[in-house]
Design a protein around this ligand. Structure first.
Ligand code: ARG
Length: 474
C-alpha cells in the first residue's frame, strides 16, 4: 500500500465513541474530537521505528524484572508478546490504529490484547517522552551505519576512476574560467576528500547520539530504583544521559544528523553540477551512461542528465529539513513539548533522501566515461599554462610581479592573434623578455605543467597515485 493511501485510511478510522482513551482517558469526561485525534497522531509516520520501540521495551522490561518490580511470569509474557507483535508488524498483519496515536501506544495496546495485565505493567517507570527519545536515537544510529557504508561505496567508485584517469589532462577552473591544467584523477580525489569529511561527520554525530535517555521518564526521572546503566548497555548505548529534563527534550542529535546530511547533499549538488556541465554539448568532457539519463518527449535528440539534476534539486529539501528542525527547537522551554513530535517527518525525509541520492551516485559514478581528447583540447585553450611561464621567468631571476606583467602582455598578444602561448614562436615570446629561451616550450606544455606540481596535494599524476594509495589504506 502506498504511504499516502495508508495515511488516509488511518486518518479516516476514528475512535469508537463509547469510551475515552484507554491510555490516558481517566481524567477525561468526553471523547477526543475525531479530527483532533487524527491531527495529534503520529503513527502514520513513527511506525517506521517499531523495531527500535520493541527493543527499548524489551530492555525496559528486563530491567524492571532485574530490580524486582516485574515478576518472572510477567517478563516472560511481555517478551513473548513483543516477539509476536514484531512478527505481526514485519508480516504486514498489524492493525495500526490512529486511536492509539503513535507507535508506542499501538505496540503496547496490541501487547496488552495478547498478554493481558502483564502488558499494562510494561509502562511502569517510563514515559513516552523517554521512550520516543530512545527510539529516535536507536533508529538514527542504525541509519548512520548504512549511510556511512554507502558513502564508502561511492568513495570506492571515485577512487577507481581517479586511478584510471590519474594522468588524464583537463582544464582546472576558477570562476568557471580555465585556470591551470589539472588531471581528472586529481579532480576526483577532491571529491574523495569531501566525502571523507562527510563520513567523519556522520560517525562523530553517531558517537554523541549514542547515549541512553531511557529512565528519564516524563521529565524528572522515576520513583522506582531503576538501573539506567543496565538498559543503556542492553541497548548498546555508551552510557545513560545525565539529566532527565535534557534527556526528554534534547533533539541536538537530530539537528546534527540533518546538518551532516545538508553538508553531504551540498557536496553531492556540487558534484552534480559538474557532471551536468561536463556532459553538456559545450563542454563534452564526459558521457553519462544512458541508464542514468532520460530523453525528451518532444525533442528526439535530447539526453538529459536527470539523476545529477534531481540530486542537485533534492539538496533544497534536505537543507529545508535542517532549518525545520532548528526552527522547531528554537525557544522551546524544558522539557518535552508536543512540538517535538514534528521532528520526525523532516528527519525521516532526510534519511530517505540521503539514501536515495547516495545510491544513485554510488551506482552512477563508476560508469562515467571520460572524453580524453575533448578535455585535453579544452585545457589548451584559455592560456592555462600562463602561470607556468611566469614561474619559468621567476626561475630566471625575475621578481614574480614583473613576470606576471610580462606574461599578461604575451597573453594579450595571443588573444589578438588567436594563438595559445605554446603556439607563439620563440621570437614572438622574446619580444616580451630576453630571459625567454628555447627551453620555455617544455613548461608551456600541459604535461609539463601538471607534472611540475609534484608535492603533497598537487595535481601531478605521481601525487594523484600517492593520494589514491593512501586513501586505499584507510
Ligand atoms: N508521539 C509522541 C512524539 O512523537 C510521543 C511522545 C508523546 N508524549 C506525550 N507526553 N504526549 O513526540
Amino acid at each position: 500500500m502506498s504511504d499516502k493511501k495508508q495515511q488516509s485510511d488511518l486518518l479516516s478510522s476514528s475512535t469508537p465513541n463509547s469510551a475515552t482513551n484507554p491510555a490516558w482517558g481517566g481524567r477525561f469526561s468526553e471523547q477526543t474530537d475525531a479530527f483532533v485525534e487524527a491531527f495529534t497522531a503520529s503513527v502514520q509516520f513513527d511506525q517506521r521505528m517499531y523495531r527500535q520501540d520493541i527493543a527499548g521495551s524489551r530492555a525496559h522490561a528486563k530491567m524492571l524484572n532485574k530490580i524486582k518490580v516485574l515478576c518472572d511470569e510477567d517478563l516472560t509474557a511481555i517478551l513473548t508478546g513483543l516477539d509476536t507483535v514484531e512478527q505481526e508488524i514485519h508480516d504486514g498483519k498489524f492493525n495500526w490504529s490512529v486511536a492509539r496515536e503513535d507507535v508506542h501506544m499501538n505496540i503496547e495496546g496490541r501487547l496488552t490484547e495478547l498478554v493481558g495485565d502483564a502488558g499494562k505493567r510494561l509502562h511502569t517507570g517510563r514515559s513516552r517522552n523517554d521512550q520516543v527519545a530512545t527510539d529516535i536515537r536507536l533508529y538514527l544510529r542504525e541509519q548512520i551505519d548504512s549511510i556511512v557504508e554507502e558513502i564508502k561505496r561511492l568513495q570506492q567508485g571515485v577512487l577507481d576512476i581517479a586511478e584510471q584517469e590519474a594522468a588524464t589532462i583537463m582544464p582546472g577552473f576558477t570562476h568557471l574560467q580555465v585556470a591551470q591544467p589539472i588531471t581528472f584523477g586529481h579532480h576526483m580525489m577532491a571529491w574523495y576528500e569531501m566525502l571523507k569529511r562527510d563520513a567523519m561527520r556522520f560517525v562523530d554525530c553517531q558517537q554523541r547520539m549514542n547515549m541512553s535517555p531511557l529512565g528519564a521518564a516524563a521529565l524528572a526521572g522515576t520513583s522506582y530504583p531503576i538501573d539506567r546503566e543496565y538498559t543503556a548497555s542492553v541497548l548498546g548505548f555508551t552510557a545513560p544521559t545525565q539529566n532527565s529534563l535534557d534527556s526528554v527534550s534534547d533533539r541536538d542529535f537530530a539537528i546534527e544528523f540533518c546538518s551532516a546530511a545538508a553538508i553531504l547533499l551540498t557536496h553531492l549538488s556540487r558534484m552534480s553540477e559538474e557532471l551536468i556541465i561536463w556532459s553538456s554539448a559545450q563542454f563534452n568532457f564526459i558521457e553519462l551512461p544512458d541508464r542514468f539519463c532520460t530523453g525528451s518527449s518532444i525533442m528526439p535528440q535530447k539526453k538529459n542528465p536527470d539523476v545529477p539534476e534531481l540530486v542537485r534539486g533534492k539538496t533544497g529539501r534536505v537543507n529545508g529539513n535542517l532549518i525545520s528542525l532548528l526552527t522547531l527547537m528554537k525557544s522551546q522551554p524544558l522539557a518535552y513539548n508536543k512540538d517535538n513530535q514534528e521532528d520526525k517527518e523532516p528527519l525521516f525525509d532526510t534519511v530517505d533522501t540521503v539514501a536515495g541520492c547516495l545510491r544513485a551516485f554510488a551506482d552512477m559514478v563508476p560508469a562515467i566515461k571520460c572524453k580524453h581528447t575533448n578535455m585535453y583540447n579544452a585545457a589548451k585553450q584559455g592560456f592555462s599554462t600562463a602561470t607556468d611561464l611566469a614561474d619559468y621567468l621567476v626561475r630566471k631571476k625575475l621578481p614574480f610581479r614583473d613576470a606576471h606583467e610580462i606574461v599578461g602582455k604575451a597573453v594579450a598578444m595571443g588573444v589578438s592573434c588567436g594563438k595559445d602561448l605554446s603556439e607563439l614562436t620563440l621570437e614572438e615570446l622574446q619580444q616580451f623578455s630576453d630571459k625567454i629561451e628555447k627551453d620555455v616550450f617544455e613548461v608551456l606544455t600541459l604535461e609539463g605543467s601538471v607534472e611540475a606540481r609534484n608535492h603533497i596535494g598537487g595535481t601531478a599524476p605521481e601525487q594523484v597515485k600517492k593520494a589514491i594509495a593512501l586513501a586505499r589504506q584507510s
